[in-house]
Structures are given as structure tokens and as C-alpha cells.
Write a protein that binds this ligand. Structure first.
Ligand SMILES: [Zn+2]
Length: 130
């Protein structure tokens, strides 16, 4: 189910990715489509993991290898910021009530998925005794 965050209304049939009043059905990068908490968590975590895999793969380029430590720290920071932003957005949507409240579980799921992506490497490192 699509939701227009500007009209705070459910959009049954989007036209070219827009609501009937012409608002784009995107919130920054993410489509404002209803999603369950669990699938949003997995989706966000999967995206972060895919990004990390890409990052590790990109080590073959010399300019990445030199700054790999910095780049991966920035990536983790990025995930953390994304997580906090999604969480705050979820709170805001839930407080607003109406149709946008349907998007809150997705925002909280995204927040958890990104948070896991930040915490997982730390846990793995802890187990490896680094
Ligand atoms: Zn609208």
C-alpha cells in the first residue's frame, strides 16, 4: 500500500510514482510504500551488507586500499546516521497519525537493520578477539 506523506493519505493507484495531487511517492531515497517491520529490517540490513561487500571488493583499486580504514569507518558512521534518522522519522510518522502512521514500522525496521549493520562487525570482531 502506497502512502503520500504530504497529503497524509493512502494512495490506491499511484500514477507515474505520484499521488493524484502530484506529490512524488518517495521519502529521500526510499519509496513511501507500506512495509512490515521484519521485511524492512532484512531489506535495510541486506543493503548495508551488499554495500560492505562492494566496499571489500573495491579494495582492488589502489585509491581505496590506501584509505580503506577511513572509508569503512565512514560507511559505519553513515549506517549509524541512517539508523537514527529512520528512527526519528518513524517516531514523527507515528505521532502524526493517519495514513503515514502505516509507514512507521518500515522506518523502525530500517533503523534496526542499519543499526545491526553497525553492531554486527563489532560483535564479530569481539568474537575474533581483536
Ligand atoms: Zn500527495
Amino acid at each position: 500500500m502506497w502512502v503520500c506523506t504530504k497529503c497524509n493519505a493512502v494512495v490506491a493507484t499511484p500514477v507515474n510514482g505520484k499521488c493524484p495531487r502530484g506529490h512524488v511517492l518517495y521519502d529521500r531515497f526510499f519509496p513511501t510504500k507500506e512495509m512490515s517491520f521484519l521485511s524492512a529490517t532484512l531489506w535495510a540490513f541486506g543493503l548495508c551488507v551488499a554495500f560492505c561487500v562492494l566496499l571489500v571488493w573495491s579494495q582492488r583499486f589502489p585509491w581505496v586500499t590506501d584509505q580503506f580504514g577511513q572509508i569503512s569507518e565512514m560507511a559505519l558512521l553513515g549506517f549509524a546516521i541512517l539508523s537514527i534518522m529512520s528512527f526519528l522519522r518513524g517516531l514523527k510518522w507515528r505521532r502524526q497519525r493517519g495514513a503515514v502512521a502505516r509507514l512507521a514500522p518500515r522506518a523502525f525496521g530500517t533503523a534496526l537493520g542499519c543499526a545491526l549493520a553497525v553492531v554486527a562487525p563489532l560483535i564479530i570482531n569481539a568474537f575474533r578477539g581483536e
